[in-house]
Write a protein that binds this ligand. Structure first.
Ligand code: EPS
Length: 378
């Protein structure tokens, strides 16, 4: 499976091409659009989400409501392009919205140095988290495929700024949380933290948890370093623009414990097979899924666009100044959880297709079923 996306934040559209999805998967645009709608929610979002009505247009790879095995191309129109045409169209003059005072923490400065550009707009337009709309659209297809395999995905917000949930939700609880701020408790404190930051021209980060149920044991491998699933899923999740850390299971607590308290004792029952009473490992041992619920925490930095800007230096004049402010969100922790679900779906889908490599859904389901039987009879 391969995924590529293209598109600038204020360009005409975002595009995703997803290749390698087996033929015969039932999917329609409304399933994809429901995920896009979730991505645009969240307490702390900025004005952009009021402009957009993200909808995926299916350009290829799906016919009569089913995948046909060919690359799937999806397009999400940027409605805001109408306001940016004169600066963003391929044939535009491209002047008038320059950014020359780079924002510390954003891709602006390293980006202009790398691509040798005199206007950081050329960098920020692609570095913007707007791109994640394309990946959430593609991720919806992976999610649909996983549904067929009995795998479901959920997420929650663990903290916003210094307001943390004191409890971690179960998978079922996570499915029922308020989509505007999906925290098990202390959501009121989190709202206050976001409001206070907005009033001060500040931003706030936080942490989210993403979880998946129903995964077969045996995805990924210890046999070669680059096949370890922790590393692969870590890469997917770290590709969220504001993500700076990924943790599996409860390692943030358990790395302080003695080994005997940090691992999950093994039990056996003729009905259930092998099972655990705890899940410190978060569903991964030795770079392989162990059949328990997969749990990953993603740490998100506060967004670097600030109305209370940090010192910067003009890239053209080299004179000191304050970093330029762009429109942005005060807090993007809630959409990050939806994006993390999409990326986990893509990462798991990739791992399933690698193990059970199939061209059609019939073949995939047969292969997975045969393997499930083998594990049950072990
Ligand atoms: C985003 C769209 C962007 C930003 C945000 C995420 O739109 P605009 O720049 O027009 O306001 O709101 O992007 C960033 C946080 C960033 O740092 O680039 C979106 O659709 O998710």
């Amino acid at each position: 499976m391969r995924l590529l996306t293209a598109g600038e934040s204020h360009g005409p559209a975002l595009t995703a091409i997803l290749e390698g999805v087996p033929a015969g998967l039932a999917i329609d645009a409304s399933f994809i659009n429901a995920q896009l709608a979730r991505r645009s929610l969240g307490f702390g979002r900025g004005a952009r989400q009021k402009i957009e009505r993200d909808q995926a247009e299916i350009l290829s790879g799906i016919r009569g409501g089913e995948t046909i095995g060919s690359p799937i191309a999806l397009r999400v129109i940027n409605r805001d392009f109408d306001n940016w045409k004169q600066f963003m169209a391929a044939g535009a003059i491209a002047r008038g919205r320059e950014l020359t005072l780079p924002r510390p923490g954003h891709a602006d400065l390293p980006g202009v140095l790398k691509y040798n550009r005199g206007d950081a707009r050329d960098v920020l337009e692609r570095a913007s988290a707007r791109e994640t709309a394309a990946r959430v659209a593609a991720g919806a297809i992976a999610r649909r495929l996983l549904e067929e395999l009995g795998v479901s995905i959920a997420s929650c917000v663990l903290s916003v700024g210094d307001a943390s949930s004191s409890k971690i939700p179960s998978f079922r609880e996570a499915l029922r949380l308020d989509p505007e701020l999906p925290m098990l408790n202390n959501a009121g404190r989190a709202r206050k933290a976001i409001e206070a930051a907005r009033k001060k021209g500040e931003t706030v980060g936080g942490s989210i948890m993403v979880m998946a149920q129903g995964i077969v044991p045996g995805l990924g491998s210890y046999a070669q370093w680059d096949r370890r699933l922790d590393a692969r899923l870590g890469a997917w999740l770290l590709s969220i623009p504001s993500a700076k850390g990924v943790l599996f299971g409860d390692i943030l607590q358990s790395h302080r414990l003695e080994g005997s308290k940090a691992h999950d004792a093994i039990f056996y029952d003729s009905q259930r097979g092998f099972y655990r009473k705890s899940n410190h490992a978060g569903g991964l041992e030795g770079g392989i899924t162990n059949g328990e619920e997969l749990r990953a925490t993603v740490l998100l930095k506060p967004l670097p666009t600030l109305r209370k800007p940090l010192p910067s230096v003009d890239i053209l004049t080299k004179k000191p100044g304050l970093a330029q402010a762009e429109r942005t969100d005060t807090c993007a922790v809630v959409p990050a959880a939806v994006i993390a679900e999409a990326l986990l779906a893509l990462g798991l889908c990739e791992a399933y297709l690698e193990k059970f490599g199939s061209d059609s859904m019939e073949e995939l389901l047969r292969n997975v079923e045969g393997y499930r039987r083998q594990v049950a009879e072990f």
